[in-house]
Design a protein around this ligand. Structure first.
Ligand code: PLP
Length: 283
């Protein structure tokens, strides 16, 4: 007898060869949230724990074709974006999403994580693509999830306080998404990470404990993927964001060192230890 099909979700994102961030983090999080993950690959990065040393961008029509082919056959209950690399890819993604009803005017929730650079400062989006992100994807988004560096690039606002987080959420919302989430994780002088969620009328403040670790690679991807999984399971946007915040806080708490640089946050915390195989493990 076959099992029932889990909710199906799509990430439109880049590959991290080190397995810490990008679509690898997305798929791991989808698995831990009990949804079937699918990928439209936008770029292949040559990456380890020390940073990105090369990028090969996938042709825009192949990115669009990946979206359409899985949507037409398998179906998509919610989708997210990660690294989109170029304006051409962003434009192709917008058109493909319209065709398969992903996004604001279709019925399928669409989380736009406006990935611009890695935590090492490696560029993951060309400068001229910021405009395309604002004009092509933001108006189609159910939710946008920038960190404070991305907020500054997109709005020009440098956030140093919660009042400025609210001001930034308003500016992002004015670019067209249904909801804007300004993540407070990079506001380092605060004892808590407070995120601000705004729908054009009400601000919701979402606090979480700050965890002292340098291993936070893939944290943004993991949070957006957990949110997308919850949306595919029928959560409202505030419910999904609360779930994503709780998920990533635990993932940061369970982050592990990897290589000589920055290790990834861990979605493994969701898997009961006793389910993991033990075979006299080496290193
Ligand atoms: N590499 C890829 C392919 C990504 O998509 C991302 C983030 O979305 C990163 C690297 C950067 O992750 P971090 O900022 O957590 O280092």
């Amino acid at each position: 007898m076959s099992s029932s099909t889990p909710p199906r979700v799509l990430t439109i994102a880049g590959s991290d060869s080190g397995g810490g961030a990008g679509l690898q983090a997305d798929l791991r999080t989808f698995f831990a949230c009990g949804v079937h993950g699918m990928t439209a690959v936008t770029a292949v990065t040559v990456q380890n724990s020390l940073g990105v040393s090369g990028v090969s961008v996938i042709p825009a029509e192949i990115v669009a074709a990946q979206i359409e082919t899985v949507a037409d056959d398998i179906g998509v209950l919610a989708a997210k974006t990660g690294m989109l690399a170029t304006a051409e890819i962003i434009e192709a993604v917008a058109k493909a999403c319209d065709r398969v009803h992903i996004g604001r005017d279709g019925e399928i929730p669409f989380v736009v994580d406006p990935v611009a650079a890695s935590m090492h400062g490696d560029q993951l989006l060309l400068d001229n693509a910021l405009d395309a992100l604002r004009t092509e994807l933001f108006p189609r988004a159910t939710l946008v999830t920038p960190n404070l560096d991305e907020v500054r690039l997109l709005t020009g606002i440098t956030v140093r306080s919660y009042d400025e987080s609210r001001e930034a959420a308003k500016a992002l919302h004015a670019m067209g998404p249904q909801w804007a989430l300004v993540k407070g994780g990079h506001l380092h002088d605060s004892p808590e990470c407070v995120d601000v969620l705004y729908d054009g009328e009400t601000f919701l403040e979402l606090p979480a404990r700050r965890i002292d670790t340098k291993h936070t690679h893939g944290g943004g991807d993991t949070m957006a993927s957990a949110i997308t999984s919850a949306l595919a399971r029928g959560a409202s946007v505030p419910e999904a964001v609360r779930f994503g915040k709780e998920f990533v806080t635990n993932a940061v708490q369970h982050a592990y060192p990897l290589g000589g640089g920055v290790g990834p946050v861990s979605s493994f915390w969701r898997l009961p230890r006793e389910t993991l195989p033990t075979f006299g493990q080496k290193g």
